[in-house]
Design a protein around this ligand. Structure first.
Ligand SMILES: *Cc1c(COP(=O)(O)O)cnc(C)c1O
Length: 428
């Protein structure tokens, strides 16, 4: 073949081949914990990372590897690992870079759960996060100090319909000698490949669009393989002999695969945030139709956002695909195939009307999830963003009068009809 394979071809074929033992066409669920070594020499070579193979499923498993390789191909990375959840993927992305006393600079517009993970829980490891408005590039630059080890943002921020200027953030990270980490969950590799915009690491919650039907909790970390971990002394786990792996110097020994092998040999081995083979199988099935689904998701989202924007019961709509959005131009360059299918809108009548609205929908499901084939609705201020104070809620795009929609791939007329009757009930 002379041309590189297209997205929809990779979504079906990347990472998989007919099973060498049986010819099985679909990727089998390798429901096994361990793998028989050919002999003692083979075992030693595997443990020394001199030969690639399977040892124990906390580290690697053939079904899980097929998924890692597929997402890696779709994102244009060098290597990838799968994790037990999107939140696990975030910890796994940071783990080789961080240590006590070190920090990251994170966007103030992140998924509510990530804000809690970064503002509270990572402190137990001695890590910290400085939250800044990533539209203020000077503030991002000023927040970086000698202990900063990464910039972290989301391509399309959940829940606010905000699009990050990935290229500008990557340039700042580059100048500081640190990686840009991008959570690409809400855009998916179909709408955006952050590595093309300069990201070093891409994290996903596979729970959402990748699986696409609300059956799996999973995560993925993809490494571009392009970051020079040895350019400065900031990343000793990768550039210096690693005491946690008998003194192996990962970057010198493994080059562009250093981050991936460290994540397997030390991260998954010792933190154990491993994806299970059944979950990987469901996600592989889901990804086969990712392109088709995302086309319909963004098509429907635009129609619904335009409908809501002209409705007198609605105060505003935050969808970056709207002509009125301040992020329209940026969305056209970062996510040219569409601005995702997740946005918020403000209901006239405030908090009480929002609560009535989520109680009145019939087709929409009131759940704390997104990226399902089904249309989903949630009122962030009373649920996902409940732990945040009012100021932080507003900063995160989750003010009390705001409802979040994850637009599904149903017939768009039915989606609109359901919102219409629920708005009537909520604002009566
Ligand atoms: C859901 C989500 C996460 C966390 O993923 P889990 O699989 O639920 O752990 C992280 N980031 C974004 C943008 C999400 O939507």
């Amino acid at each position: 073949m002379t041309q590189p394979l297209g997205f929809d071809t990779l979504a079906i074929h990347a990472g998989s081949a007919p099973d060498p033992a049986t010819g099985a066409r679909q990727v089998p669920i390798y429901q096994t914990t361990a793998y028989v070594f050919r002999d003692a020499d083979h075992a030693a070579k595997l443990f020394n990372l001199q030969e690639v193979g399977y040892i124990y499923s906390r580290l690697t498993n053939p079904t899980v590897s097929a998924l890692a390789n597929r997402v890696c191909a779709l994102e244009g990375g060098a290597g990838a690992i799968c994790c037990s959840s999107g939140h696990a993927a975030q910890i796994m992305a940071l783990f080789p870079l961080m240590g006590p006393g070190l920090n990251i600079v994170a966007s103030s517009r992140l998924y509510g759960g990530t804000i809690t993970q970064f503002s509270q829980t990572i402190k137990r490891f001695g890590w910290s996060a400085k939250f800044v408005d990533t539209d203020d590039l000077l503030a991002v630059e000023h927040a970086i100090d000698e202990n900063t080890r990464a910039i972290f943002c989301e391509t399309i921020a959940n829940p606010g319909g905000y699009v990050s200027d990935l290229d500008a953030l990557a340039r700042i990270a580059d100048r500081a000698g640190i990686p840009l980490i991008v959570d690409n969950t809400t855009a998916t590799p179909y709408l955006c490949n952050p590595i093309e915009h300069g990201a070093t690491l891409v994290v996903h919650s596979a729970t959402k669009y990748l699986t696409g039907n609300g059956t799996v909790t999973g995560g993925v970390v993809v490494d571009s393989g392009k970051f020079d971990w040895s350019a400065n002394d900031k990343f000793p786990s990768l550039s210096q002999p690693e005491p946690a792996y008998h003194g192996l110097t990962f970057h010198a020994a493994l080059g562009s695969m250093a981050f991936t092998f460290h994540s397997i040999a030390v991260g998954l081995r010792d933190l154990g945030m491993t994806m299970n083979p059944q979950g990987a199988h469901y996600t592989l099935m889901g990804i086969e139709t990712l392109g088709l689904r995302m086309q319909r998701h963004v098509e429907n989202a635009k129609i619904v956002a335009e409908y809501l924007e002209q409705d007198p019961r609605v105060e505003f709509v935050t969808y970056a695909g709207l002509a009125s959005s301040p992020y329209r131009k940026r969305a056209e360059s970062i996510t040219p195939k569409g601005a995702g299918a997740l946005f918020t809108f403000a209901v006239k009548g405030g908090y009480d009307a929002c609560v009535k609205l989520v109680d009145s929908v019939k087709l929409f499901s009131h759940v704390a999830n997104l990226g399902d084939t089904r249309s989903l609705i949630i009122h962030p201020a009373s649920t996902t963003h409940r732990q945040l104070d009012a100021a932080a809620q507003i900063k995160a795009g989750a003010a009390p009068n705001v409802v979040r929609l994850s637009i599904g791939i149903e017939d768009v007329r039915d989606i609109i009809a359901d919102l219409d009757q629920a708005l009537a009930a909520a604002t009566a």
